[in-house]
Design a binder for this molecule. Structure first.
Ligand SMILES: Cc1ncc(COP(=O)(O)O)c(C=O)c1O
Length: 366
């Protein structure tokens, strides 16, 4: 088996070895504060009794699952707490492929590289369907790609790397088509709190036994290191997913889950609004500077990534390394996200130095 290793860590390592100062816009690690109640929850946990340092229920702390179920308006039995959205996506895709209805895994290009990596690892056959130019779903192309050999379709909205927020009717068409061909759709909503226009609607609004929704607190609470996410699965699939989760992980970190419950209960909407405001301002400043650099770019409707294209400078690994060495700015090569955006470079706006980064780019491409 040949595993497809995503290139994020390789680029970050290259940037960390560079001789000069480099502004890191490679990965999606938030640079802002987690909710105050999250820190509080962790502190309190340090004084918990010894039994609270032992195995939690494999499927997740009951209190956390109940909190998630109430917020997402689903039955608590459908919720599995996972090691981030990453594991939730793995469980979702595995559940789809385990049904033995086919091996095809339909993905949207540009693609978050962990999806084709997982599809391969699980014995599926990834097929990439280009999104439209603005990053929205090309519904007809998606419908055309789903056939009787399709086991799974993976959608991600708000999207990494395009920033698109999918129209709920487009998502519905994909789910209905998947139902017709006995396939399962996994909708990764890990950026659901980063929706700048207020247009995002969760796929949970579409009731279907062929729909799995995944998410996490990694980005919404700025805690990618804590590893707490979840999958919401239809009744027929949840048992298998819980067993797979148990066999692979035993359980997810108990202190991290407890701190997330506390933060969910104590954090006001203002925390999330503040983050959205911070990111909106960053996006505006960053794209203004890209204008000055004469670059083409996408303005994200959601998530916190900007794709930029510089004339005569395609998004290859080699060019990204040149930007690190010669401009002091690190992004991700478009070619690592499938083939639809090979000319582009993705910048994650999770640094207070984002505008400085764009100014460096403007100077470099002058
Ligand atoms: C689309 C998408 N899904 C999943 C993840 C992983 O999330 P987590 O850290 O919760 O595993 C990321 C991280 O960048 C992502 O961009």
């Amino acid at each position: 088996m040949e595993y497809q290793e995503p290139q994020f860590f390789a680029v970050m390592q290259y940037a960390s070895r560079a001789a000069g100062d480099v502004i890191d816009m490679v990965s999606g690690n938030p640079d802002w504060e987690p909710p105050a109640a999250l820190r509080e929850g962790l502190r309190e946990y340090a004084d918990a009794s010894p039994d609270e340092f032992q195995y939690p229920p494999s499927e997740g702390l009951r209190e956390l699952r109940e909190e998630i179920a109430a917020r997402r308006n689903v039955d608590v039995s459908q919720v599995v707490v996972t090691n981030g959205a990453g594991e939730a996506n793995y469980l979702g895709m595995a559940s789809a492929l385990d049904r033995d209805t086919g091996s095809g895994v339909v993905l949207v290009d540009p693609v978050y590289p962990y999806y084709p990596g997982k599809a391969d690892m699980l014995g599926g056959e990834p097929e990439l369907v280009p999104s439209r130019r603005d990053g929205s779903l090309d519904v007809e192309a998606m419908v055309g790609a789903i056939d009787d050999d399709t086991a799974c379709v993976v959608l991600n909205t708000p999207n990494n790397p395009t920033g698109a927020v999918y129209d709920i009717d487009a998502v519905r068409r994909v789910i209905e088509t998947a139902e017709e061909h006995d396939a399962v759709v996994v909708v990764d909503e890990v950026y659901d709190h980063f929706d700048f226009g207020g247009d995002f609607e969760s796929a949970l609004a579409i009731d279907s036994p062929h729909r799995i929704v995944t998410s996490a607190f990694s980005k919404s609470m700025a805690i990618t290191g804590l590893r707490v996410g979840y999958a919401i699965l239809p009744e027929a699939l949840v048992g298998g997913a819980k067993t797979r989760h148990m066999l692979v992980n035993v359980a997810t970190s108990r202190p991290a889950q407890a701190a997330v419950v506390h933060a969910l209960q104590e954090t006001e909407p203002e925390y999330y609004e503040r983050t959205r405001r911070l990111l909106s301002e960053r996006i505006d400043a960053f794209t203004d500077a890209l204008d000055a650099a004469g670059a083409a770019y996408t303005t994200p409707e959601g998530s916190f990534y900007v794709l930029a294209r510089f004339d005569g400078f395609p998004g290859t690994m080699e060019n990204v390394q040149r930007l690190i060495d010669e401009a002091g700015v690190a992004g991700m090569p478009g070619e690592t996200f499938g083939s639809a955006r090979e000319d582009w470079i993705r910048f994650a706006l999770v640094t207070p130095r984002a505008t400085e980064g764009a100014n460096r780019l403007a100077e470099y491409f002058e």
